[in-house]
Design a binder for this molecule. Structure first.
Ligand code: DGL
Length: 276
């Protein structure tokens, strides 16, 4: 089916999921939305994250998407269960997939999760992991400065190293053997996190497993795109200036991102009930 897949995040983090969709589902068209004007979501209240997510879903529906991937752990934790009840197209988040992979990977059953304040406070990973295996113990740690550092492009930088050492140092006492990157921005500083945690801790990026689940879901619903000679169409929308997004996305994605396919929109106007 030619309709695109909608993917959204508070900013550039969801590009790590979009990148995986491009790899595993190379024929699918994608509409990506990054809420660059309102990032970060991690420190906002559940109600605000739900309101923002609803607006984005409304916007994506105007693009006639066939399915939506909430490429944001915070929105997956705080808004997805409600939105799932409200719409009639498939919508998936990143949390279940990440929890499932971590369960498969761990040997000691001591798992760490790093994420935004909203995600960690919601305890959604702990619930998911212990539902999968009640012997698992979970330690969560919010890393609120990681998102602004990534959004500022400080991916390989001493400031990021220092802050990461401080956040992750606390996890060292817990003897974890698996660490879930519970925020889609964090795979972008994966090298720094890996260096600090050491070889004995396996890092789980939920993007891979989420895309596998998406593929299965689309196949089950008969929504997979047939193989085509034509290149897929990728469109990007942001709520703030396009320039910063373009240079970032161009570095992360396996395709060219230019002014031709990135647009800035007024996301607030997609409030339910308003004429769009
Ligand atoms: N990348 C998002 C997540 O996975 C949101 C980060 C934020 O905006 O605070 O949670």
């Amino acid at each position: 089916m030619k309709k695109p897949i909608g993917v959204f995040d508070s900013g550039v983090g969801g590009l790590t999921v979009a990148r995986e969709i491009m790899r595993q589902l190379p024929h699918e068209n994608i509409v990506y939305f990054g809420d660059t004007a309102r990032v970060p979501y991690g420190s906002k209240s559940p109600n605000t994250v739900l309101r923002f997510s609803r607006q984005i879903v409304n916007f994506l529906r105007t693009k006639d998407v066939k399915a939506i991937v909430v490429a944001c752990n915070t929105a997956s934790a705080l808004a997805l269960p409600t939105i799932q009840e409200e719409i009639d197209i498939p919508i998936i988040g990143v949390i279940e997939a990440g929890a499932k992979t971590a369960c498969e990977v761990t040997r000691t059953k001591h798992i760490g999760v790093i994420g935004t304040e909203g995600t960690i406070k919601s305890r959604v990973y702990t619930q998911c992991l212990t539902k999968l295996d009640s012997d698992i113990t979970v330690v969560g740690k919010s890393c609120p400065l990681f998102v602004p550092l990534v959004e500022e492009g400080l991916v390989e930088d001493r400031v990021t190293d220092d802050i990461a050492s401080r956040y992750l140092g606390e996890l060292k006492d817990y003897n974890i053997d698996t660490l879930i990157l519970g925020c889609t921005h964090y795979p972008l500083i994966r090298n720094t996190i890996a260096r600090i945690m050491g070889d004995q801790v396996k890092l789980v990026n939920p993007a891979y497993e989420t895309t596998k689940s998406l593929k299965e879901l689309l196949a089950r619903k008969g929504l997979l795109m047939k193989e085509e000679k034509k290149e897929p169409v990728y469109e990007y929308y942001v709520s703030d200036a396009v320039e910063r997004f373009i240079s970032f996305a161009d570095g992360v994605l396996p395709c060219n991102v230019s002014e031709e396919n990135v647009n800035s929109i007024d996301i607030e106007s997609y409030e339910l009930g308003k004429d769009n």
